[in-house]
Design a protein around this ligand. Structure first.
Ligand code: NAD
Ligand code: TYD
Length: 334
């Protein structure tokens, strides 16, 4: 199978590319990525010599670039997106462009080139927050942030193409991923790398917001399964089953490093901050998937990985990241 992976130089995409090349010797992978601030070829360095892998720098909003890679593709997996809620609050435009218009450009290419499968990578954030119980795939979407609204808009186009044109799609909504190669703006890599440097850990609000954490390899195995065996037109929730409050997550990271709570700072809450996400994953489990990495094990592996890959994140933190951090956290250090 020749698989086009958009956004393959990002966090989950690069982990997915690695998994496909390792698990499916007959597959070829073409990454299409614009290399925004979040895209990083260092994430793919270890597979760059594999003859089954190739990289194309391009924008999913550019119909010509997309058409070129779609020609001859058996499947397209769309990871490409603007992904950070805080950045969507300070500037939603790029989110609407990539997450909505980019998805539309891809869907048109799938139609025009007769691509047999389109997997849209979506998020549990499209459901909005849920006080009790767990979101199921048929729930109404109530996105809260410009990020989740743009992802929900992309989803609606995917579903409309399925219904109107019979476009062959599947879709996943996964919970918060953590693991190696995650840009240090999301809470786990930000707090781990800050803690390694003995810098402050800025907790929004009261620290009681809950996320369901999934180790990135577990998510990638689910995505690979849905790509190959998911029922046409269906949506699959993918969650790790680990509901953790931000404060407890922070304490877990600090404990891995043998640190106390001296670095913790409570800062102004995120506007519209979703309180809790939780997913019912019976549907993807019925395909034969289950998470393999416990939260304790995943967190230990993740903290160790960032400790062993300083050169990867120090390079990032010396670039665009620094001005973002100044803007977002007003120069918070220790
Ligand atoms: P990321 O921010 O690490 O990477 C995004 C990648 O997309 C980058 O390589 C970037 O260069 C690329 N990109 C952005 N705009 C592009 C464009 N216009 N054209 C081509 N490439 C472009 O993101 P991630 O955390 O790996 O998330 C990947 C996907 O998974 C996203 O669709 C996101 O919404 C979804 N998701 C993420 C999480 C999570 O916890 N990280 C959870 C659920 C769903
Ligand atoms: P984040 O990693 O940005 O993912 P998402 O908003 O997509 O869930 O945030 C995860 C949780 O951590 C969320 O409740 C916001 C909180 N958070 C902080 O408390 N401080 C921070 O500096 C960041 C980035 C997030």
């Amino acid at each position: 199978m020749r698989i086009v992976v958009t956004g393959g130089a990002g966090f989950i995409g690069s982990n997915f590319v690695r998994l496909v090349l390792a698990e499916h010797p007959g597959d070829k992978v073409v990454v299409l990525d614009k290399l925004t601030y979040a895209g990083n070829l260092d994430n793919l360095r270890d597979v760059s010599g594999d003859p089954r892998y190739s990289f194309v720098k391009g924008d999913i909003c550019d119909p010509e670039a997309v058409d070129e890679v779609a020609a001859g593709a058996d499947a397209i997996v769309n990871f490409a997106a603007e992904t950070h809620v805080d950045r969507s609050i300070s500037g939603p435009e790029d989110f609407i462009r990539t997450d909505v218009i980019g998805t539309h450009v891809l869907l048109d290419a799938v139609r025009a080139r007769g691509v047999a499968r389109f997997l849209q990578i979506s998020t549990d954030e499209v459901y909005g927050d849920i006080a009790e119980g767990a979101s199921v795939e048929t729930d109404v979407l109530r996105p809260s942030s410009p990020y989740s609204a743009s992802k929900a808009s992309g989803e609606l186009l995917v579903l409309a193409y399925r219904r109107t044109y019979g476009t062959p799609i599947v879709m996943t909504r996964s919970s918060n991923n953590y693991g190696p190669w995650q840009y240090p703006e999301k809470i786990v890599p930000l707090f781990v790398t800050n803690a390694l440097d003995r810098q402050a850990l800025p907790i929004y609000g009261d620290g009681r917001n809950v996320r369901d954490w999934i180790y990135v390899d577990d998510n990638c195995r689910a995505l690979d399964l849905v790509l190959r065996e998911g029922a046409d037109g269906e949506i699959y929730n993918v969650g790790g089953g680990n509901e953790v409050a931000n404060l407890d997550l922070t304490r877990g990271i600090l404990a891995e490093l043998g640190l106390g709570e001296e670095l913790v700072r409570y800062v102004t809450d995120r506007p519209g901050h979703d309180r809790r996400y939780a997913l019912d994953c019976a549907k993807v489990r019925a395909l034969g998937w289950e998470p393999r990495v416990s939260f304790a094990e995943g967190l230990a592996r993740t903290v160790a990985w960032y400790g062993e890959h300083r050169e990867w994140w120090e390079k990032i933190k010396s670039g665009e990241w620094r001005s973002y951090y100044e803007r977002q956290y007003h120069g918070l250090t220790t």
